[in-house]
Design a protein around this ligand. Sequence first.
Ligand code: F6P
Length: 551
Amino acid sequence: MDGPVGPAGESGMRSLASWPDLVDNRAGVSGRHLRELFAGDPGRGEQMVAEAEGLRLDYSKNRIDSETVPRLVALAEDAGLRERTEAMFSGERINVTEGRAVLHTALRAPRGTVIEVAGHDVVADVHEVLDRMASFSDRIRSGDWKGHTGKPIRNVINIGIGGSDLGPVMAYRALRHYSDRDLTVRFVSNVDATDFVEKTHDLDPEETLFVIASKTFTTLETMTNARSAREWSLAALGDHAAVAKHFVAVSTNAEEVAGFGIDTDNMFGFWDWVGGRYSMDSAIGLTTMIAIGPERFAEMLSGFHAIDEHFRTAPYERNLPALMGLLTLWYAEFFGAETVAVLPYEQYLERFPAYLQQLTMESNGKHVRLDGTAVDYATGPIFWGEPGTNGQHSFYQLIHQGTHLIPCDLIFFARGLNPLGDHHDLLVANVFAQAEALAFGKTADEVRAEGVEEHLVPHKTFEGNRPTNVLMAERLDPATLGKLVALYEHSVFTQGTIWGIDSFDQWGVELGKTLAKRIVPELQAREEPELEHDSSTNALIRAYRAGRDRG
Ligand code: F6P
C-alpha cells in the first residue's frame, strides 16, 4: 500500500465522541516507560489482571496507564459493541455484504436453548447434527463401521482447506493428548499433489476413511484432492459401492455432495450462518470428534460457550476478549503496530498461530466500512507466531532489539500434559523471563555496571517498553481450547465492530480464484492459446509451458 488508505479526515472510529479522550491518553502515555509505570504503581501487576472461566490475562505489561482501559471501554460502548454483540448472538444479519446471520455462538449453545433464524430454532438443528456426528464417531472409534472389504477404519484423512482445514488440524494437534492413538489422522489441504501423495503413501485404502470438508463443496483445491482420493480408493477397492464406506462429507451443499457420489446419508450439514473460519466447532469438527471422541468434543463446546457468555455479559473492564481486542486496536492505531505475535508456550498449540491467521486476517483484513466508505485508519494487523521456546532462538531478537513494535501474546499453562523432569518449570521460566525482558529491558548503565566495554554497550542495551499480554490457564484440555478460540473470535469481533467493518465476509479471496480458473485452460491447451494478460503474466505462462513440456 503506497499511502494512507482512504480519504484523509476524521470519520468512523475517529469521529466517535470518546475518541479525543483516547488521543489525550495516548499523548500522556507515549513518553512513559513501563519501568516508570510499574515503579509508580506497585499494585499494577495484580490490578491489571482479568480472570474468567479459568483463563487469567495479565495485561499489566502494556503501554497503558490507569486511564487507558476506561477510555478504550468508552470507545467500545460508543461504537455500539454491546448492541452489535446482541445482534450477533440473536441471529441478526450482521454480515451485511453477504446478507447472513453470524451465529457460530449457536454451535455451542446448550441443548434446549432457543435461537431463531427466520422463526426457526437453529439450536435444535445443531444438536441433531452433533448427535449424528457422535454416533458416527463412535462407530469409527469402536471399529463397528467397516470399510468395503470388512476391515475396520484405522486412518482418517480430512480433505479441506482454509476454515475446513485449519481449525480441525489445529484442534487435532492441540488435543492429541486426548486422542485415540490407534487411529492415524491426517489432513490434506494443498492442491499441490505432494500433500495428498505424502499423506496417503503408507496407508491401506481398505482401512482409510476420507472426510471431505467443504462448506461450498466447490472449492478447487478440496474438490481436486477429493477426486484424487476417490481414484486412489477405487484403484484399490475396484468398486464404486466402496465410496459409501470410505467417504463422508461435511458441507452446506447437499446437491454438490450427491453429485460427487457421496450418499447424503453420509453427509453432516451446517448452515450459511457459520463462516468458514468460525466453523471448527460445527460438523467441520467431525475429524476432531473422531480423534478425541464425542464427550471430549462436547467439553470443547462447553469451553466455547463459557467464553461466549462471559463476552456477552461481563463488564468490558473485566472482559477478556474485549480487553484483548481493545489493546490490539490501541497498538494498531496509536503505536503503528502492524503485527501481533502469538507465542504459545505449549507444543500442542503448534498450529494455533496458523489457525489465528485465518481467523484474524480473513476477518479484519478490510479497508472499507459496512457502508462501503474507505477507512482512514489501520485495520487488522498481521498475526504470526511459533511455539515458545523455539521462537526465542529465531525471531525474538527482532522483537527485543529491532525497530518494530510487536505486541506479543504469551500463552502458557500451569500444568504440562507430559510431566518429565523439570521441563515444565524451564518452559514457564522462559515465559516470565521474556515478558520481563521485553517490558523492562536493560539500561546502558546496567550494562556498563557489568563491566561491558563501552563500544559494546549500545549493542547489549535493551530498550524494553515492548508490550505483552500473558495468558495463563491451568492446563490444555478440550474445554480450555474452546475458551482460547472463543477468546480470539470475540477479540476479532471487538476490533471489527469499532473499525466499523464486516468481519464476516472475505471478498478479497475471490479475484485470484477467478483468474486461476481462466488460466487453467491456458496452461492445459495443446497449442498455446492467444494470451491476453499483462506482459508479465503472458511471459510466465509461456515459460511454464515450455519448462513443463521440456520435462
Ligand atoms: O477462499 C477462502 C475460503 O472461502 C475460506 O473462507 C474458507 O474457509 C475456505 O475458502 C474453504 O471453503 P470451503 O469450506 O467452502 O471449501
